[in-house]
Write a protein that binds this ligand. Structure first.
Ligand code: 6R9
Length: 647
């Protein structure tokens, strides 16, 4: 085994850091031994209308799971992210917007954000939106996306952001799933030099889910056919809107947002986060994990359509009065040096991206990086999937010049913010490990078969969390039973993450990937069942089984085994058609990498598809197929191996 190197932070870094090794130990221990005291103190990071006196009220016991934090506290998120900064930093840049076009950017002050958010909140009110109503955002990466989020919070509406890369079908399902009263969108979304027709997609979605009014931001100015009474021009309504909208006082446990995410079933779940705990967790982790200091320029390259964008483009940074960079484009447009050009141009101090982006850029060598002055960088971060040591080393050496701490942050839509992560001035890193728990987090590794917790330091099993933290999701929107069943029924008394994990001799955690039927494609989480249901919805398909396989750039790719209806012909044209079909049903991110015709699928005698075998075939790993004797027809496996496509 090659020895794993450990990278401690430099003495210089530690000197200026918020948290050093001793402080981490002290704070972590206090967070575990005295959670009430610890969180009473930390809650002061936020401005409360009514400070909470009841701190934690949590029951993880099946089936009566209930999670409440700061339950008698009252606050407003937009006040915390905007109003409270105006006296001291009204003229400071809140958002740097870098458009898809490298020639166009804007600096937007906190004063300006305040004006826009108040007006947009009034626009929403004029469209009949009130506290508790759901608003779907289907937006490009433009400042109006952040204004829309904050405008919702100002009036107590619950936003549900749908990634702009999702298809009309996926949008329709999310609009009806949350019974939304308004869709905020734009005419088009420019990305990588191409325009996605968002408004046209909204029209198609409404043909499926029924009419819901739309507020349409004019991003490109394209004529998109506004329907009288149903579509509203953002520019026109903002011109008339009053500049002051009083903030709605919200209970800490009032819903803040819904965000749909994939699980192991066909239907994505509406993860629900609430107001007080989520905001505190986002703000606190943003400051500590990125060692954010006043005046720093922070850039998270995610899209606001994912949880990472929620917590680390908008809520965490703005709650801390930070300057947050919002990027409309893609890493490879107009060329593969775009990330580094943006870092140089805006003197970015903390840079947070996904391993898949690092691997894609790594393939183009060091020259596009070295062309740019990256001396402003202080901390580098990754999120979304395990980072392989090669990519970690390249990130460290080429981007960080070997001197910037890398924070490999493990967390989930469900957790609201970072859970396992290095704190850069405190925790020496090891390439590929998310290292140690953040304050208040008690990880446990359980034996997947027996469910017993493995208490030895060195352990491997499934990753669970033993107790709650303020940023934890509270329920699945409209389906609490599903929440309890998904996260609390397999391992009683624990929150089950769905990830496999190993703990080494130093107590460091190494995520080994999902143990359920969720795959991670370019950091995007996807249920194999979602792709399967899209495939079987095609009239020619009788059965489909989808698995992940290792992919150099994307981390995992999508491998589909497809059985056709009797009488259908197995042709290349049909493969192309099925690929396009899945793109249309879900979106381009779900585009199958391989479709293999499978006139027969390996099934047990009770009819269960043996995915373990399909995964091995997809991985080209025939030596390790394991026991196939329980199959109803073992010869199916040989046929599949013979026909395995290797394009
Ligand atoms: C924030 C986010 C969550 C799943 C999670 C895990 C994987 C995320 C990771 C990581 C290894 C990391 N994941 N961060 N795996 N190391 N640093 O990505 O949320 O989209 O809900 O995905 O992503 O498998 O369970 P989400």
């Amino acid at each position: 085994m090659t020895e794993i190197k450990t990278y401690p932070p430099s003495a210089d870094f530690v000197k200026n850091a918020h948290v050093d090794a001793a402080k981490y130990r002290e704070m972590y221990d206090r967070s575990i031994n005295d959670p009430e005291g610890f969180w009473t103190e930390e809650a002061k990071r936020l401005d409360w209308i009514k400070a909470p006196t009841k701190i934690k009220n949590v029951d993880f016991s099946y089936p009566d799971v209930s999670i409440k934090w700061f339950e008698d506290g009252e606050l407003n998120v937009s006040v915390n992210c905007v109003d409270r900064h105006l006296a001291t930093r009204g003229d400071q840049t809140a958002i740097i917007w870098e458009s898809d076009d490298p020639e166009v950017d804007r600096h937007i002050t906190y004063n300006e954000v305040s004006r826009q958010v108040n007006k947009m909140a009034n626009v929403m009110k004029s469209l009949g939106i009130a506290k508790g109503d759901r608003v779907v955002l289907y937006m490009p990466m433009i400042p109006e996306a952040a204004y829309a989020m904050l405008a919702c919070t100002r009036i107590g509406a619950i936003h549900s952001i749908v990634f702009a890369g999702f298809s009309p079908e996926a949008l329709a399902a999310r609009v009806s799933g949350s019974d939304a009263k308004l869709i905020v969108t734009a005419d088009q979304a420019p990305r990588g030099g191409r325009n996605t027709p968002l408004k046209a997609n909204v029209d198609k979605a409404r043909a499926i889910c029924g009419d819901v009014q739309a507020l349409v931001v004019e991003r490109t100015g394209e004529d998109v056919g506004m329907k009288e009474g149903l579509d509203h021009s953002f520019t026109a309504l903002m011109a008339e809107a009053a500049e002051d909208c009083p903030p709605e006082p919200m209970n800490a446990e009032d819903p803040l947002f819904i965000l749909y995410t994939s699980g192991s079933t066909g239907q994505p779940k509406g993860v629900l986060h609430t107001t007080g705990g989520y905001l505190l967790w986002a703000a606190m982790t943003h400051e500590i994990v990125f060692d954010y200091h006043d005046g720093d320029i922070f850039w998270c390259t995610a899209d606001v359509g994912w949880v990472t964008g929620h917590s680390y483009i908008v809520y965490g940074p703005l709650a801390n009065g930070a300057t947050t960079l919002m990027f409309e484009g893609v890493p490879t447009y107009p060329d593969v040096g775009r990330f580094w050009a943006v870092c140089e141009k805006h003197k970015v101090n903390q840079f947070y991206t996904a391993p898949t982006a690092i691997r894609a850029l790594m393939a183009h060598g060091t020259e596009p990086v070295n062309k740019h002055d990256l001396s402003s960088l202080k901390v580098l971060g990754t999120v979304g999937e395990p980072i392989n040591p090669e990519a970690w080393n390249w990130y460290n050496e080429t981007v960080g010049k070997g001197t910037r701490p890398i924070v490999d942050t493990w967390w989930q839509t469900e957790t609201g913010g970072h859970i396992l992560t290095p704190i850069p001035g405190a925790i020496p890193t090891k390439p590929g490990s998310a290292t140690l728990p953040f304050y208040g987090i008690v990880p446990a590794i359980l034996d997947p078969q027996t469910g017993a917790e493995i208490t030895d330091t060195v352990a491997e099993g499934v990753l669970c969390l033993k107790d709650s933290w303020p940023g934890q999701m509270r329920t699945v929107y409209g389906d609490h039973e599903r929440f309890v069943k998904t996260y609390f029924s397999d391992f009683k008394g624990y929150y089950f993450s769905g990830d496999g994990c190993r703990r080494d001799e130093d107590g460091y955690y190494w995520i080994t990937g999902r143990v359920d039927d969720v795959i991670n494609v370019s950091g995007h989480r996807m249920g194999t069942a979602e792709v399967e249901s899209a495939l079987v919805a095609h009239p020619a398909v009788s059965e489909a089984a989808v698995v992940g396989f290792p992919h150099d750039i994307k981390g995992q790719g999508i491998y589909c085994y497809v059985t056709l209806m009797d009488g259908e012909e197995y042709t290349d044209e049909l493969k192309t058609e099925l690929r396009n079909w899945v793109r249309k049903e879900i979106g381009p991110i779900a585009s199958p990498d391989h479709i293999q015709w499978a006139p027969g699928l390996p099934k047990t005698r009770s009819g269960k598809i043996m995915r373990r075998i399909l995964r091995k075939i997809a991985e080209n790993d025939y030596g390790a197929l394991g026991d196939t004797s329980t199959l109803a027809d073992p010869s199916v496996v040989e046929d599949l191996i013979e026909n395995r496509m290797n394009k």
